[in-house]
Design a binder for this molecule. Structure first.
Ligand SMILES: *[C@@H]1O[C@H](CO)[C@@H](O)[C@H](O)[C@H]1NC(C)=O
Ligand SMILES: *[C@@H]1O[C@H](CO)[C@@H](O)[C@H](O)[C@H]1NC(C)=O
Length: 159
């Protein structure tokens, strides 16, 4: 990864009763974090106009689509609900590809872009720890997306 990369997409996910990382270790979300919310949808997407281009596989992207089904995509929204194997024709990052359904208030997808220095430097530190080959990695902007206690098709919220 190019260490001058302008943007790191930091992906957080949560599924009730299926936590791989304790909530206490998540980057801040909801509450006073400034998150926007995306809720009460099935197979839909919203997007963020990024403050800095995200360079990914040779393209400079200025928009990221946040797909309810646990995907971040770049050229367009992707409404697929079945996790297909890579490689795929779409340009995407798949932190949590599942048949998410937040209708009926079944969970919330929180998202924001931030340049808050405490978060930017914490993410840089985490990347440096996880990728020892990138000791001077820095970021300018972070996108945080949290799929929090989301339900699944069709309008279920019991997991
Ligand atoms: C993103 O930018 C486009 C044009 O540059 C604008 O029309 C649109 O309202 C913006 N959307 C958001 C969600 O910021
Ligand atoms: C993409 O961004 C990089 C870094 O800012 C720049 O050097 C490059 O020319 C850009 N490429 C395109 C196709 O805009």
């Amino acid at each position: 990864m190019d260490q001058s990369c302008l943007l790191l997409l930091y992906l957080l996910l949560s599924l009730q009763n299926c936590l791989s990382v304790p909530i206490s270790r998540f980057y801040s979300f909801a509450g006073s974090s400034g998150d926007q919310t995306f809720t009460n949808v099935d197979d839909q997407a919203t997007f963020i106009n990024l403050s800095h281009d995200f360079i990914f596989y040779g393209y400079n992207f200025s928009t990221v689509f946040i797909n309810n089904n646990g995907l971040l995509s770049f050229h367009q929204a992707v409404n697929g609900y079945t996790s297909d194997s890579f490689p795929l024709p779409q340009t995407l990052i798949a932190p949590f590809w599942a048949d998410v359904d937040t209708r009926n208030g079944a969970g919330t997808v929180y998202y924001r872009e931030t340049t808050a220095s405490a978060i930017v430097s914490k993410v840089a530190q985490d990347v440096q720890l996880a990728f020892p080959g990138q000791p001077s990695f820095t970021a300018k902007s972070i996108v945080i997306v949290t799929w929090y206690q989301v339900g699944y098709y069709e309008e279920n919220n019991d997991k």
